[in-house]
Design a protein around this ligand. Structure first.
Ligand SMILES: [Zn+2]
Length: 448
């Protein structure tokens, strides 16, 4: 776009994308809103272009060589391509890089991904512009307006008690971020006044963070004014949590489905709860015979993310939605469900600091277990068993520094010891799950 250094300034880049996002909203996302034919044309045009770009990549190129892709056969061609696994993103991202976007214009997102190991995704500016447009669509559907005010609940210990932020591509939202983990009774009056003056429209967070906000509300520590809506994202909701959130805040609750590799993929239809419309202008979705969701980006010109398997299960609904939108819907989404850790003071905190430390070590696998508040057991399977002792000591020091605990054990084990009865080896086996938190909110008594 330009050779000026400021092009790599995140604030400038995001702001520049908003104008283009508004244009996209008016020219594409609004006309396709209730017009299935218009949606189909955009979708197919973009799919053909995506497949043409993918022909430039090492991974998809051989499958697309000498194949003429048309509006008519594009779906079939996409379905015939191999599934894109996370391991490609992790180990050989250059195999799906198109080479069509100059380094200067690339936006690189570093994500820990759902399985924890780091992944780099290369985007072009459509990551911001298309997100702006699709967010405007979603906000309109939820009766919200640009300039909305968002209370963001966080349970991450690395976050300050209170932070202010703006989200230009999310309708230019103003954000008051509250750390619901570290909030105490001493802060209650101050935070109440802050929230009252802020005049929030919505509360936003991961299901666990929103449940924790509800629990703080029950305890009288967090008093927020009546909201227009609660938005959750990031983890699959269990039915119990959904009900608890609805009752705790007394307003509509909408859940979003997305992943860092793609941004938001689907948003819950206000007229058809539990079903998530896909913004088919930018993402193609299918569900394999194994019930696994496959996603394809139709807009990223820098990297060909086609038939990507995020590891979530779901069902696709193609029948018309009562709301009249022609966009297909996902339902029964079965993705990750994280939990929180109860530290030495009984505070419930996000697992992310621990995850980042563990991901930095050469481990074959690891697992964090909590069976009692304040006590944590970390089991590790080092790649090089001869370094197990030194690694154990180093990890113990780092983990103990990241979180206040009464007791911390780090122990090298054999891989088999990490498996649950179902044969999986999850990274976290914790107490403070959505279910447990929902029960705590519902019973009115804080168990934590
Ligand atoms: Zn709908």
């Amino acid at each position: 776009m330009t050779g000026h250094d400021w092009w790599h300034n995140a604030s400038l880049r995001t702001s520049a994308a908003v104008g283009e996002g508004w244009r996209l909203f008016q020219e594409i996302y609004l006309p396709t809103q209730y017009d299935g034919g218009a949606l189909e044309r955009i979708r197919r045009t973009r799919l053909v272009e995506s497949l043409e770009r993918a022909a430039h990549t090492e991974h998809f190129g051989p499958h697309l060589k000498d194949r003429a892709v048309t509006h008519e056969n594009a779906e079939d061609v996409l379905a015939s391509l191999p599934v894109l696994d996370k391991s490609i993103l992790r180990h050989t991202p250059e195999a799906i890089t198109t080479g069509l976007v100059k380094d200067w214009d690339e936006l690189i997102v570093h994500t820990s991904g759902t399985t924890g190991e780091p992944v780099w995704i290369t985007h072009d500016e459509t990551k911001l512009t298309e997100a702006t447009a699709s967010n405007l669509r979603m906000l309109e559907a939820y009766g919200l307006q640009p300039g909305l005010r968002v209370i963001r609940a966080t349970a991450d210990l690395r976050h300050a008690p209170i932070e202010f932020e703006t989200l230009p591509y999310f309708g230019g939202a103003k954000v008051l971020q509250i750390n619901v983990s570290t909030l105490t009774a001493r802060d209650a009056d101050y935070v109440e006044r802050l929230c009252a003056d802020f005049k929030p429209d919505i509360l936003w967070g991961q299901p666990l963070e929103v449940l924790l906000a509800a629990l703080r509300g029950r305890e009288g520590i967090l008093r927020i004014p009546q909201l227009k809506a609660v938005l959750t994202h990031g983890d699959s909701l269990d039915a119990n949590a959904r009900e608890t959130i609805f009752h705790a805040f007394g307003c509509p609750h909408y859940d979003l489905y997305g992943l860092q590799e793609f941004g938001r993929v689907g948003w819950e239809c206000p007229q058809s709860p539990g079903t998530y419309h896909i913004d088919e202008e930018r993402v193609a979705v299918s569900v394999g015979e194994d019930g696994q969701i496959l996603l394809s980006s139709l807009t990223n010109t820098a990297m060909s993310l086609l038939n990507y398997r995020p590891g979530d299960g779901g069902e696709l609904l193609r029948e018309p939605c009562p709301c009249g939108r022609p966009h297909v819907r996902l339902t029964r989404i079965d993705g990750r469900k994280r939990a929180l850790i109860a530290d030495a003071e009984g505070q419930l905190v996000n697992i992310k600091p621990l995850r980042l430390i563990l991901e930095n070590e050469p481990l074959h696998r690891w697992q964090v277990r909590q069976e009692e508040a304040g006590r944590l057991e970390v089991l590790i399977v080092p790649l090089a068993p001869e370094h197990a002792l030194r690694m154990t000591e180093r990890l113990h020091a780092q983990l103990a520094g990241a979180m206040s605990l009464k007791e911390l054990t780090v122990r090298p084990v054999e891989l088999g010891e990490l498996a649950t009865a179902s044969g999986k080896a999850p990274h976290f086996r914790l107490l403070a799950t959505q279910h447990a938190l929902s029960d705590a909110v519902a019973s009115g008594a804080s168990n934590w």
